[in-house]
Design a protein around this ligand. Structure first.
Ligand code: C2O
Ligand code: CU
Ligand code: CU
Length: 434
């Protein structure tokens, strides 16, 4: 058995400083030959960064031979610190945003975001997890010991060729549907087993895949108790037997391993495949033995405060793919770095009516957390009832959000489909907040 390991921890709480370096790596995934990869501070993926509210003096150095960026997906920071496509870091250069963290505890993440290169660069490994911590999880009765009863799990599918080499060679069809793999990696490891104590364990799940949507469940039907969504805690744990997780989304769940055997986390009830094997360590005493009844998350009801409604249609550009028009678009227009799509008033609440065409697109907005008020005309799925920054839109969804982070024309904020091939092909727009 190979024991699953956690990404190394990078705790910024004592210093208020964060230093990342994008670098090239080379890695063997299980039995295959080594392939070229990339990562932050290591050869594949990046450390798990712990931040707390307050100043965070950040530096990101690029030691790769192409531009990269460091986008903080889920951190509520202004456009100039957001790390989107306008904030490319040239090879050899260092970007130094003086950030201020001011938000509720949450599991966020970071990844490169260069227009037309995001899919390939994230696939190669330029991504990692962020914990926004406030040091009060003991009071909440939540497991919080990193790698022991608080596991960070980066779910990624990757494609391996017959020689066992990890490949990224999207065809036209892969771009249409998003690039899917034939093997699961968790924290960059294939076929590893997560060892857990016999009690309550917290799993912080990140769907860091380019395109795959997971519908997670345990083979022995044990429940998953959802305690946090993208933007923070729920008011109380929500028991689920399946959990849907689209690219870019995070979910924190509590799982009780006191009873039963060694379960497997699977995806897709219709045609199940394995995501992660668990095994219990009977010598390890669990710190937490019961679920908390309540949490202090309070997703705010923003309804009635909106000052305007916008339509966001996730679609194809005029002429579509066949005309070589770049293919994917929002409201019929493919992404253009030089065009501001929406101008939003700072501090205002807006209702966005988002519609997917062709396939279900996971819709993400930078610099905000939002509430999902409806999905296909009905109430949102349980997974979507908390604070979100990314939501799968099977048909239509309405979101309400307040725009509290300023963004200028030089560094606007993005909204896009988080299927990275769609994003790169033009399913992205940008907005200012002034
Ligand atoms: Cu995960 Cu535009 O971001
Ligand atoms: Cu983002
Ligand atoms: Cu899409």
């Amino acid at each position: 058995m190979t024991r699953l390991s956690m990404p190394p921890l990078l705790d910024t709480r004592a210093t208020g400083r964060l230093s990342l370096t994008a670098m090239a790596g080379s890695r063997r995934f299980s039995d295959g030959p080594a392939v070229a990869t990339a990562g932050f501070n290591q050869g594949y993926l990046g450390p798990t960064i712990i931040v707390q509210n307050g100043d965070l003096a950040t530096e990101v150095t690029n030691r790769l031979d192409e531009p990269v960026s460091a986008h903080w997906h889920g951190l509520l920071v202004p456009g100039e610190h957001d790390g989107g496509p306008h904030l490319a870091i040239a090879p050899g250069a260092t970007w130094r945003p003086e950030m201020v963290i001011a938000q509720d505890p949450a599991t966020a993440w970071y990844h490169t975001h260069i227009h037309e290169r995001t899919a390939a660069q994230v696939y190669s490994g330029l991504a990692g997890v962020i914990h926004v911590a406030d040091g009060r999880d003991d009071q909440r009765g939540l497991p919080a010991e990193y790698g022991v009863d608080d596991l960070t799990l980066v779910l990624q599918d990757r494609r391996f060729d017959a020689a066992g080499r990890m490949v990224y060679d999207p065809s036209m069809m892969d771009i249409m549907h998003g690039f899917a793999g034939n093997r699961m990696l968790v924290n960059g490891q294939a076929g590893a087993t997560a060892v857990v104590p016999e009690g309550i364990v917290r799993l912080r799940l990140l769907n860091g895949s380019n395109a795959r949507i997971y519908t997670l469940f345990f083979d022995d039907t044990r429940l998953m108790h959802l305690v946090a969504t993208d933007g923070g805690y729920l008011p109380a744990p929500l028991a689920l037997d399946v959990l849907r997780l689209a690219p870019g989304e995070r979910a924190e769940i509590l799982v009780d391993f006191a009873a039963g055997g060694a379960p497997v986390l699977l995806s897709d009830p219709g045609q199940p495949y394995g995501v992660l094997q668990f095994e219990k360590d009977p010598t390890q005493t669990a710190r937490i033995m019961r679920l908390p009844d309540q949490l202090d998350g309070a997703p705010e009801d923003l309804s009635g405060n909106e000052i305007r409604t916008r339509q966001v249609s996730l679609d194809m550009g005029i002429g579509g793919m066949m005309m070589g028009g770049g293919g994917f678009a929002i409201n019929g227009r493919p992404f253009d770095m030089n065009r501001v799509d929406f101008e939003v008033a700072l501090g205002s609440v807006e209702r966005w009516h988002v519609r997917s065409t062709m396939v279900a697109h996971p819709f993400h907005v930078h610099g905000v957390r939002f509430r999902v008020v409806s999905e296909n005309g009905g109430p949102p799925r349980p997974e979507d009832t908390g604070w979100k920054d990314t939501v799968l839109v099977p048909g239509e969804a309405e979101i309400l959000t307040r725009f509290d982070q300023p963004a200028s024309r030089e560094t606007p904020l993005m909204f896009h489909c988080h299927i990275l091939e769609h994003e790169d092909a033009g399913m992205m727009g940008q907005f200012t907040v002034t």
